[in-house]
Design a binder for this molecule. Structure first.
Ligand SMILES: Cc1cc2nc3c(=O)[nH]c(=O)nc-3n(C[C@H](O)[C@H](O)[C@H](O)COP(=O)(O)O)c2cc1C
Length: 164
């Protein structure tokens, strides 16, 4: 039987070959910190350095980023699947996910993990709707390398049940 390349399953199985890192995307609105795991992240400009993160509209962190107009990405290490699961498995609407997690504040005031490879501090430049997600483009205004190790690559099979 011939395969249909426009079939949803065919598209999905091809998309799985795209490679992503895994990050904790976080912001601070007033005194409230919020953060979530994000894999759909990429650099989109060199001068100035800019990156884009894709955040589904119903994430608790979504509106907080748009309101604070700042966010930070903490780059996870290859052995930090548990951290990615912690920030990706439950909504910050019901619990402070930073409770008990050592974190610092970036120059723009966003929370970043102390135990990670590096953080990137961003201010929001632009947003655009893309299907059920918002693409948020941020200019990287600060960044600090905190450790020397291998980054975590996104493998959906490691997060069964934590992705909706
Ligand atoms: C490995 C992994 C990667 C994820 N990547 C994204 C992403 O790029 N964009 C997104 O909107 N949600 C992503 N999620 C889902 C959110 O992290 C998850 O829904 C989280 O609980 C949202 O938290 P919040 O409601 O406190 O903002 C990912 C989850 C995991 C486990």
């Amino acid at each position: 039987m011939e395969r249909d390349p426009q079939d949803r399953d065919s598209i999905q199985s091809s998309l799985r070959y795209l490679t992503h890192g895994v990050y904790v995307l976080a912001t601070r609105r007033g005194r409230e910190t919020s953060g979530m795991t994000a894999a759909w992240v990429t650099q989109v400009s060199e001068r100035p350095p800019c990156l884009a993160v894709s955040v589904r509209e119903d994430r608790y962190t979504h509106d907080h980023i748009l309101q604070s107009a700042t966010f930070a990405l903490s780059v996870l290490r290859e052995d930090q699947v548990d951290v990615a699961t912690h920030f990706g498995d439950a909504s910050g609407e019901y619990a402070d996910k930073f409770l008990g997690i050592p974190y610092g504040l970036t120059p723009n005031g966003s929370p970043h993990l102390l135990d990670c490879l590096a953080y990137l501090d961003c201010r929001v430049l632009d947003t655009m709707r893309a299907g059920d997600h918002t693409v948020i483009v941020g200019e990287v205004t600060a960044g600090e390398r905190l450790a020397e190790d291998h980054p975590l690559f996104y493998d959906p099979s490691e997060y069964e049940g934590a992705l909706n």
